[in-house]
Design a protein around this ligand. Structure first.
Ligand code: BG6
Length: 478
């Protein structure tokens, strides 16, 4: 039992356009990165981390789960009605850039794409559900990747500015909460997802990633300024993937190493978005890795002026690390590296489950920045079983979410200011890392399978009724 959640707490769920919309070539939409990513753990992850991925759709070799996804493009009204039934106060979605600018570099937007999101926002408004919109969520227009080399190229700042200006003007009466780049700090791990380029080789990976990030910092700062100008009262946040880094033991060498990893991974991007300047600790890292950032006059002033209103982040796992890993330990840790934590269990996909880590994350972030925090992704990817009577008894998901929401309540008691919580994949959707449908996160089951089969019918899981009660009682009954 907890009474921690403030009135007006924004409970809801989170998604991304490419993972649920489908309709990949409808309404004048151009192809984007997600449209060329095949399904299946092995192929997808390999292409995501390989160098030199050539981005062609090859139907004879692969399936492309994002093409139809769960068909939210046509079924959004039914899905939003289900969110409303759970009592959602907010719904996080992203706008597919290539619905608005099919190639990304046009001068005029695509009206059909803009009209689609008008319909979605109007439907949400019917139920008083506040949209929380991610402007860029792993769906860079393909043309910008192929012709310009993604965010390595400074030209993307200009195209992005045009895109956000169109969005803010069009939706100024409909959308108050915005996020700029999804999990911006994950970019150095998988540049293709965040920065839209596949490194030519390992030597250039870091240099190009940090240059691409610089362009995104400039673009984000511009977006913040434009949002404030065009939509008075709007709030615009950054979006980080946050994983507290634990030292494997109390050996000071390992503690120092863990602290250093946390600075680079967790703090670097946040510091720029929130404090408006490059942190001094990065100079040493840039020097040691021979990274030189090319900046234009005025970039640093812009970054200084375009600081965010709040901090949003995804939380799935912590990371445990040590300085000298044995060959057996390398690759045994979580998605984002490190070593295995002997105190934690992992999901079927090897993601370590650590609710206390969320309390730690909230305290670390608030202690560093004193800005309101918004957990915009958290959840358990799991295999669900549909019983003969159609029910889905996902007690494991309820347990996971209950423990994580309790951790938020504890952090609020610790004095942390939290605006809201949107669990990831509130309706089953395509996994970003593996392209699987069977890695399910939702309160709502979608009859769609890894091989592309299924009726696309929606049904309520046990967790659906549980989450409804959580929202009804503003988190008092978990
Ligand atoms: C986050 C992404 O990293 O994790 C989402 O922002 C993604 O797009 C989510 O879906 C869960 O990851 P996965 O690989 O299980 O879909």
């Amino acid at each position: 039992m907890s009474k921690s959640f403030p009135d007006g707490f924004l409970w809801g769920g989170a998604t991304a356009a490419n993972q649920l919309e489908g309709g990949y070539n409808e309404g004048g939409k151009g192809p984007n990165l997600a449209d060329v990513l095949p399904g299946g753990k092995k192929d997808r992850l390999k292409l995501l981390s390989d160098t030199g991925f050539d981005f062609e759709i090859d139907q004879s070799k692969y399936t492309y789960p994002n093409h139809e996804a769960i068909d939210f493009y046509h079924r959004y009204a039914e899905d939003i009605a289900l969110f409303a039934e759970m009592g959602f106060k907010t719904f996080r979605l992203s706008i597919a850039w290539s619905r608005i600018f099919p190639n990304g570099d046009e001068l005029e937007p695509n009206e059909e794409g803009l009209a689609f999101y008008d319909r979605v926002f109007d439907e949400l408004a019917k139920y008083d559900i506040e949209p929380l919109v991610t402007i860029a969520h792993y769906e860079t227009p393909l043309h910008l990747i192929k012709e310009y080399g993604g965010w390595r190229n400074r030209k993307l700042v200009e195209f992005f500015e045009r895109y956000v200006t169109v969005l803010f003007n069009r939706y100024k009466d409909k959308v108050k909460y915005w996020l700029t780049f999804n999990e911006i700090n994950g970019a150095t791990h998988m540049p293709l997802l965040g920065l839209g380029f596949s490194p030519e080789n390992e030597e250039t990976r870091l240099q190009d990633s940090f240059q691409g990030l610089h362009h995104q910092f400039v673009a984000s700062a511009k977006a913040v300024q434009l949002a404030h100008e065009i939509i008075p009262g709007s709030q615009i946040g950054c979006m980080l993937i946050y994983a507290p880094v634990y030292s494997f033991d109390c050996n000071p060498e390992n503690v120092q190493y863990a602290q250093e990893q946390a600075r680079i991974f967790n703090n670097f991007c946040g510091d720029i978005h929130v404090r408006g300047e490059y942190p001094t600790f990065i100079n040493r890292y840039f020097k040691e890795n021979d990274i030189n950032i090319e900046m234009h006059d005025g970039d640093l002033e812009l970054i200084e002026k375009g600081t965010v209103d709040f901090i949003s982040f995804s939380y799935y796992m912590s990371r445990t690390d040590k300085k000298n890993k044995t060959p057996e330990e390398i690759g045994q840790g979580n998605l984002i590296g490190g070593v295995m934590n002997p105190f934690l269990e992992a999901s079927d996909w090897g993601w370590e489950i650590d609710p206390v880590g969320l309390r730690i994350a909230l305290n670390e972030l608030y202690g560093r920045y004193q800005l309101p925090l918004f957990i915009v992704e958290n959840g358990l990817g799991a295999y669900d079983v549909v019983e003969e009577d159609g029910s889905i008894n996902d007690d494991y998901r309820i347990k996971y979410l209950r423990e994580h929401i309790q951790a938020i309540a504890d952090a609020i008691e610790d004095g942390v200011e939290v605006m809201g919580y949107t669990s990831w994949g509130c309706i089953d959707l395509v996994s970003a890392s593996s392209g699987e449908m069977s890695k399910r996160y939702g309160f709502i089951y979608v009859d769609k399978h890894d091989d592309g089969s299924g009726t696309l019918a929606r049904s309520r899981k046990k967790s659906f009724f549980w989450y409804k009660k959580v929202i009804d009682t503003n988190g008092e009954e978990l």
